[in-house]
Every structure is written in structure tokens, then in C-alpha cells.
Design a protein around this ligand. Structure first.
Ligand code: ERO
Length: 310
């Protein structure tokens, strides 16, 4: 028997794959569809204090190699997800709650409400939304990120994680890792959010594909796989006490395998889930099992983090 189960903290996942925040998770019906699928966990849409409609449409487009989005954080407001979390059956599969307040005070307010539920939910604080005009990505401002994490860590009794933007320079990886390693209850790092502020152009019409921000948006899908793997593997090496959750460029079991080989304990899927729907998870699990059987691996620990260098 090939075992593809994994753990985030002490919570067991029957499969390492689940949705990336933003895809199939704004409505409770969507969250329930992921819960009833072969995903190993689920994460809710990043929430704000108050409900938001998000940016004007069109704000998502599929492209030949992935996707571009500038959704602008459309969500029902944190109370909607708080209610879902309050009634969730935690014996089924882990529930991650994504938090993306427009200020540190908003984040602290929402995190307090979620931890007061006294349920085993896993907060994922989004430090990397690229699409809210006038709000820079916190993950790129190291001093502000350290200030925010200091306050969040002091306020949190329960373990939590962060969703990170992609980093591209070794000095930035090292500076970010040094900050994360200061915080004991910061237990997992999700790498990566979409690559912010890309531009996809349609040659025939000579236009951008999405309306907000003159067409700039977060890039996901095949384009981002090497960047995602670099972030997973580098933080796996630099933050040995944290768990890494991979995200980016997953379309088949092979990319799930690669994320885990680079050190991921679990793997999120965004663009491909948007395009294919929740049946995707059954396929990814089957493809991952086939690769493991071909290689003679019986469980994920047999190859997790064992990427070889030359
Ligand atoms: O526009 C969004 O709602 C959005 N899109 C992303 O690619 N990443 C995000 O983190 C995000 C909002 C929090």
C-alpha cells in the first residue's frame, strides 16, 4: 500500500493536496465541495474585517501557461468564515483559515476572534496579496513584516502560518528567514502566492486581459513552478523548525512530487483547480501514487526534502 498521508502540526491529512486560498473557497458551498473531494484539507478565501466586492471585472483570465488575476480580495467578511469554522467537523480534514486584514489592527481583531473559537483551525496569515490598490505586499517590506509578526505572535496562543510572496534574491530569502525564525508559534510557511503584477497581452486585440490596474495581476500556473520550488526548498533549508506548504505551478502529480521532494509537507493548487474543479484532487492523488510506486517509495517521508544537488 502506498501511503500519501501527511501532517501539518499534529493534524493528519489523508492526501497532501488541497486548494490554494482564493480558489473554490469564497462560498460555503465551494468550501463544502473541497471538503467532500479527495483533497486532504481546505483553506478559506482570505478574509477582511468587512465584506468586499473586490476589483471590477474581468479580473481573472486563463492563459496558455497559467492565469492572471486581480480579484482584489472579494470575500464575505471574517464573520462568515468564523461561522463556518464554528460549525466545522474537525474530525473530517484540517481547516485552514486565511486572514488578510487591510491593517495590523484588523488582522489582530480577526485572529483573536478565530482563536477564541477554541477549535483546531489553522490560521494562515496572508502577507502577500498583490492586488489591493494602495496596499503594498507586507512580505516585501521586512521591517513592517517583522513588526506585524511580533504583534501577531504576542497575541496568538495557537500556532499559525503565513502565506508568502515569492522571493527572488538570496539576501531576501535570508532576511525573511531570520525574521520567521524569531517566532516559535509561527509553525508553517506557505510558498508562494502568485507572482505579483505581471502583465499578459493579447496580440490580436492588442489589449490587456484583465481590467484592474491597467492589466497588471498576480501570475499563477506553469509560469511560476520554478519560482515556487525555489522558495519551498530555500525556506525548507533556512527554517528547519517550520513546516513548508508548497503552492504554485501544480497541474499534475509530478509537480506535487517535486514540491514534496523540495521539502513541502503539503501542497496547494490554485490555477489548475480553478480550471478543472474539485475532481482534480482524485487525479493528483492517483498520479502521485503512480510516481511513488514507480520509484519504490511507500510514504512521503521516503523522499520529502531529499532533493539532491550536483
Ligand atoms: O486578488 C486577490 O484577491 C488575491 N489574488 C492573489 O493572487 N493572491 C492574493 O493573496 C489575493 C488576495 C488576498
Amino acid at each position: 500500500m502506498t501511503d500519501i498521508s501527511t501532517h501539518i502540526l499534529d493534524q493528519r491529512m489523508r492526501s497532501p493536496v488541497y486548494n490554494a486560498s482564493g480558489v473554490m473557497c469564497r462560498e460555503t458551498t465551494e468550501l463544502e465541495a473541497v471538503r467532500h473531494s479527495d483533497a486532504g484539507a481546505l483553506v478559506s478565501k482570505s478574509c477582511t474585517l468587512e465584506a468586499r466586492d473586490g476589483n471590477p471585472e474581468p479580473r481573472y483570465a486563463a492563459t496558455p501557461f497559467g492565469s492572471i488575476n486581480s480579484m482584489g480580495l472579494p470575500n464575505h467578511g471574517y464573520r462568515y468564515y468564523l461561522d463556518y469554522a464554528a460549525h466545522y467537523d474537525y474530525t473530517d480534514k484540517p481547516l485552514f483559515i486565511s486572514i488578510s486584514g487591510l491593517s495590523l489592527a484588523d488582522n489582530l481583531h480577526m485572529l483573536d476572534a478565530f482563536q477564541r473559537l477554541k477549535r483546531p483551525l489553522l490560521p494562515e496569515v496572508n502577507l502577500s496579496c498583490p492586488n489591493v490598490p494602495g496596499k503594498p505586499q507586507l512580505g516585501y517590506s521586512f521591517d513592517d513584516m517583522a513588526t506585524a509578526l511580533t504583534a501577531i505572535h504576542a497575541a496568538m496562543d495557537i500556532p499559525f502560518g503565513v502565506k508568502l510572496p515569492p522571493y527572488f534574491d538570496i539576501s531576501h530569502f535570508e532576511m525573511a528567514a531570520e525574521i520567521f525564525n524569531r517566532f516559535e508559534r509561527l509553525k508553517f510557511l506557505t510558498c508562494i502566492n502568485s507572482i505579483g503584477n505581471g502583465l499578459v497581452v493579447d496580440t490580436d486585440s492588442e489589449t490587456v486581459l484583465i481590467k484592474p490596474k491597467n492589466g497588471l495581476g498576480g501570475i499563477g500556473g506553469d509560469y511560476v513552478l520554478p519560482t515556487a520550488l525555489a522558495n519551498v526548498n530555500t525556506f525548507y533549508r533556512l527554517c528547519p523548525d517550520k513546516q513548508i506548504i508548497g503552492c504554485g505551478g501544480v497541474g499534475a502529480g509530478e509537480q506535487v512530487f517535486q514540491h514534496i521532494l523540495c521539502g513541502a509537507s503539503a501542497v496547494q493548487v490554485g490555477t489548475r483547480l480553478w480550471e478543472e474543479g474539485a475532481g482534480l484532487f482524485t487525479r493528483l492523488n492517483q498520479e502521485l501514487v503512480a510516481i511513488m510506486q514507480r520509484k519504490g517509495y511507500q510514504c512521503l517521508a521516503d523522499f520529502r526534502g531529499k532533493l539532491r544537488t550536483l
